[in-house]
Design a protein around this ligand. Sequence first.
Ligand SMILES: Nc1ncnc2c1ncn2[C@@H]1O[C@H](COP(=O)(O)OP(=O)(O)O)[C@@H](O)[C@H]1O
Ligand SMILES: [Mg+2]
Length: 246
Amino acid sequence: MIEIVDLHKSFGDYTVLKGINLSVPAGNTCVILGGSGSGKTVLMKHMIGLLKPDQGQVIIDGEDVVPMGPEDLERMRHKFGMVFQAAALFDSMDVYDNVAFPLREHRGISEEEIQKLVRSKLDLMGLPRASERKFPADLSGGMRKRVGLARAIVMNPKIVLYDEPTTGLDPITTDYVDEMILAAQKELGITSVVISHDIASAFNIADQIAFLSKGVILEQGSPEQVRASKHPAVEIFMQTWFGKND
Ligand SMILES: Nc1ncnc2c1ncn2[C@@H]1O[C@H](COP(=O)(O)OP(=O)(O)O)[C@@H](O)[C@H]1O
Ligand SMILES: [Mg+2]
């Protein structure tokens, strides 16, 4: 579903991505792990054509997005749902209208159909009917997160990109979000790319982990393969975590 080939990106003379290769099969969840400033968000922005690389290909569902103009990019972006660190809900809209928003923006579909789609996603995220008319300010952090996830998948996207969806959340809410990501993958067959610096979360949800450091993927494979990595920087990252929690 996603194939990144030899991707390079610099800002001025500061090089952020130094030849990234990454392949995510349909229906898989790929977690991109790495410290702050390692280039994770820059890499993700290339996947939806928000940034143009200096060199390389970004093939999404069979099409290279790098040479695309505005119209093709717009069409291609309909394949994506996005979840950012802050839930970014509209404060002036209740839960139902927040989730319905992308449907009303992009498609001429009936309110009846909208209701069916919105409710199916709220159900999938475990949000009770009673929450539909609540406003974001009245929800807990975990509930807001779930509403954000419901909105990201309401258009039935093929791919969902999550940029640090659990950063700043308490452990219980983090587990909830992980479960929601897995539910979206299982129920809807969604291909997911999750940026994280939370190893526990990565090991919970990943089919595949790519470990990014200073613009290079140092290690890539199943969670077990990455955990057994002999690369010094990856070993240190793993030891910090597993040492602390054993
Ligand atoms: N538009 C930009 N212009 C210049 N530098 C940028 C830009 N976007 C990101 N960077 C730099 O690229 C590096 C990687 O950033 P980013 O991908 O956001 O890191 P992270 O892995 O924390 O998500 C950082 O040093 C950041 O300052
Ligand atoms: Mg980032």
